[in-house]
Write a protein that binds this ligand. Sequence first.
Ligand SMILES: [Mg+2]
Length: 440
Amino acid sequence: MGNNRHSESNFRHYETTNRTIILERCWFLYLKRWMESIYYFNYIYFMDRQIVHIDLDSFFVSVERLIHPELRGKPVLVGGSSDRGVVASCSYEARKFGIHSAMPMRMARQLCPEAVIVKGDTEQYSKYSEIISEIIGNEVPLYEKASIDEFYIDLTGMDKFFGCYKLATELKQRIVKETNLPISFALSTNKTVSKVGTGEAKPSGQKEIPLGTEKRFLAPLSIRKIPMVGDKTYNLLRNMGVAQISTLQEMPIELMQQVLGENGTVIWKKANGIDNTLVMPYSERKSISTERTFDKDTIDVKALKGILIGMTEKLTYQLRSEQKLTACVTVKIRYSDFNTYTMQCRIPYTGLDHVLIEKVSSLFDKLYQKRMLIRLIGIRFSHLVQGGHQYNLFEESVQQIQLYEAMDRIRKRYGKDAINRAEGMDFHPHHLNAFNGIKT
Ligand SMILES: [Mg+2]
């Protein structure tokens, strides 16, 4: 008993000190945020930003050609070969037949029967994506990994020492030299104009859109080139008689807002070469995670695995709703003696439950060697990139993907715990006594 009271007072002491530290930090953070907002205001409105957009040309096809040189010069389609598969990437030779990515494979095959169809290899694509991230990370201070093969780089301020266009050109040359993959880029004052620029520079090209020429550069292009314009918006605008960006530029912003709501305003701004969004620094440490502490320590492996499945499902749902993929899984165990162990492994980019559940489970098996009572388990997904739409490109099991999509729709509508795997049920709160950890 005496011992208990002692530790309780210790705990209180710890808590007070902690609170003081937190208060001090709050004040500091407030000041920091205030200074940052002044900086960003200046940065956006008064500095000429220098933003590079880099994109690998038909990335999946190019990687396939590195591994299988016989594919060079041929029309190549990468994607699911089943009738319901879609084209994930196609070579420029295939594009001449009117094929584009996201087109149903069956239609692509009709357009170009001689095309070589390759089932994707996420492992290789992830490997090259990491190599390119590393090269860029070594060369520039701030970059955003927008997808598996696409990057934004902020070179603002670098022009004082070295021309930004020259810097970007050298970076491109370095990537080509080290990976042998074709790449294109564009440099302008914002992300939208640079992204459109890269599209115009392809393949294996580069382009600079100097300050003040953004509107002129965009004017003759099709409205489809604006990053936010998908099929639905495109058809709507076409029905209004809008085909070229120049027509959008001349329309009043209010009309766009009336027709397309808030999106209309953003599209109008983009069409006029206005985009203040920042390059978001890419960090491999950026992650999502979940953990659970048990009230009663446990060695029930079956129950633990069920909880891990439930936790993985929760995180994969989060990944997919944020349109993200992960390339690194970490499992954490804390034993009843408070010793904590983690184990992680790199994986090809994925957002699929069954792939991640298997990884988590095998990591847990490797990690849980001690057969001691467990106090806490946790899972973390890191090395996240945008590109949720790419998660299903090479999956053969179409039914599985459709199942996930259906489950996600149900969760979106009826709440996160509306539907789950039977094995993971132990994890979900409404099947547990409040905060009781494991069902007994
Ligand atoms: Mg690309």
